[in-house]
Design a protein around this ligand. Structure first.
Ligand SMILES: *[C@@H]1O[C@H](CO)[C@@H](O)[C@H](O)[C@H]1NC(C)=O
Ligand SMILES: *[C@@H]1O[C@H](CO)[C@@H](O)[C@H](O)[C@H]1NC(C)=O
Length: 493
């Protein structure tokens, strides 16, 4: 919750406060304070109209989001209504230009519901605007980010005060092996981003660039210096001197500082953009209700680990329980005869034509887990030494069904699910709740913000931009950042 110390701000907020029905909530209802590529909010239509869920509700519920722009009469907005088929909807909208007088209208059978329309005086900024809030704490509260995450506290525990100049030297000395590792040294100074990369395969620095650029557009970041590992494997082995390297995947054997994976991060900063699979879209692009789904476990993927071949064996022995295929051979090309032919990709959304979802490691943790959880399938998760930033919060038998690393009990687990449909369904529902509480774009943004701001407090050395570092510029985009209404009114005269 937002605590308000400034009485003037309180007055302003009271003035603007909108009373929302309990069934309408989410960050997309604070479009001025929370700037995202796709703003989103939730509508529980059954609670608003006091009716039980039927599939007809989809047609009876309508959304309209409009605003005016300086250049044209209406501003360009794309609205996306995602039906979760449980009486609730996710509404997403992307504004392509600065909008004034934004209004959000919700209709049921063509009548306004829940206090709609909701109107907001502008400017409502698109994600591309470089209009950073100067006060980090203020921004942080507006975004409704938690003060800390246990995982961040845990990961940073190893570091008291850090001299990045000496740590960087040590990291380069120990890990700079161009053929096998790639990492970048980032400096954020005066909200500008610079980097120097090491290694042969540095294309993934695009993902690290994107989240830093994203944050810097929203808020003036504290000056920081960090080293981001661009590979999937974590690097800093337990028992060696802990050196601060930020990685996307962790393991039982290593102490790397975890960031959300590039995959879920990209789906956050490219929401309703380049990326179409994300923890929101997967909730609304599913055809079948639980009861209509096939009672089988589905899996598709490439041959990146031996258990994935084993999974094919298990599925062949139990065709009534599984629908499993490899989609590509790369690591075990010589086995294509036995485990092929490879099958074409199917849309991720089609996975949810089935009740049970198998999650088997690839080279490291399978980065699809967030989408499997959000999609509302019952996830059968292989035991694994690898993890993403949020795994510590997952509980076996609550959010997923655990499976032995060698998959020896997988068939037994599927049979259990078949015999216990209610429990299986509850696990699937818990998984989706978990995703909605931990894995939506807002959470991914907050996690980075907490991580980077906590990290900045530990850096003891002066943060400087070294000679030869590459400046990573924002994409130019014309915006009027002014929020002072009177001045805007004045301009119009
Ligand atoms: C929607 O609201 C109703 C009534 O308040 C509640 O019983 C139901 O659980 C809510 N649905 C979801 C999916 O949260
Ligand atoms: C397996 O799943 C695919 C994709 O849903 C489907 O086209 C195929 O018919 C299924 N195979 C079997 C044997 O059910």
């Amino acid at each position: 919750m937002i605590s308000i110390r400034n009485p003037l701000l309180l007055l302003l907020m009271l003035h603007e406060a909108i009373q929302y029905h309990d069934g309408i909530y989410g960050p997309g209802l604070h479009p001025k304070e929370v700037v995202m590529p796709a703003r989103y909010f939730f509508v529980n239509i059954t609670s608003i109209v006091g009716q039980k869920y039927t599939s007809k509700l989809n047609n009876d519920f309508a959304v309209e989001i409009e605003g005016t722009s300086a250049k044209t009469h209406y501003c360009r907005i794309w609205v996306n209504k995602l039906n979760r088929k449980d009486g609730t909807f996710i509404v997403r909208y992307k504004v392509y230009e600065t909008c004034n007088d934004l209004s959000i209208s919700l209709y049921y059978k063509s009548k306004h519901i829940g206090g709609s329309p909701f109107t907001f005086k502008g400017p409502i900024l698109p994600d591309q605007c470089y209009c950073p809030e100067k006060n980090f704490d203020k921004w942080f509260k507006q975004y409704d980010c938690p003060k800390s995450y246990d995982k961040v506290t845990h990961d940073l525990e190893l570091y008291g005060k850090v001299n990045m100049k000496t740590q960087l030297k040590k990291i380069i000395h120990r890990f700079h092996k161009p053929e096998s590792t790639s990492f970048c040294h980032y400096v954020v100074k005066n909200n500008k981003i610079y980097r120097n990369c090491y290694g042969k395969h540095v294309g993934f620095n695009m993902f690290a660039d994107n989240i830093l650029l994203f944050l810097a557009r929203k808020v003036v970041l504290p000056d920081i210096e960090l080293i981001i590992n661009l590979g999937d494997w974590p690097l800093v082995r337990k028992g060696t001197e802990p050196l601060p390297i930020f990685s996307w995947c962790g393991s039982d054997e290593t102490v790397d500082i975890l960031m959300p994976t590039y995959d879920i991060t990209e789906s956050t900063v490219e929401n309703m953009g380049r990326v179409t699979l994300d923890t929101l879209s997967v909730q609304g692009s599913i055809e079948r209700d639980w009861s209509e789904r096939e009672s089988k476990a589905i899996w598709r993927g490439r041959d990146s680990r031996i258990e994935r071949l084993k999974l094919v064996d298990i599925a062949r022995a139990n065709p009534d329980l599984f629908n499993v295929s490899l989609t590509n051979f790369f690591f075990f090309r010589d086995k294509e005869q036995d485990y092929g032919p490879k099958q074409p990709h199917i849309s991720f959304f089609k996975f949810f034509d089935y009740k049970y979802q198998v999650n088997v490691d690839g080279t490291v943790a399978a980065y699809r887990l967030p989408y499997l959880l959000a999609g509302g399938g019952m996830v059968l998760k292989q035991d694994s030494p690898y993890f993403e930033h949020f795994y510590g919060l997952l509980q076996p038998w609550k959010h997923y069904v655990p499976v032995a690393r060698d998959l020896s009990d997988l068939t037994k687990r599927v049979k259990w699910a078949l015999a216990n449909d209610n429990e299986a369904r509850t696990i699937a529902e818990n998984a989706r709740k978990f995703a909605n509480n931990n894995l939506l774009p807002q959470h991914i943004i907050c996690y980075h913000a907490v991580l980077f701001s906590e990290w900045s407090k530990r850096i003891d050395s002066e943060i400087t931009v070294d000679d030869g570092m590459t400046h990573v510029p924002q994409t130019p985009f014309t915006c009027d950042c002014k929020t002072d209404q009177r001045r805007e009114d004045h301009q119009e005269l």
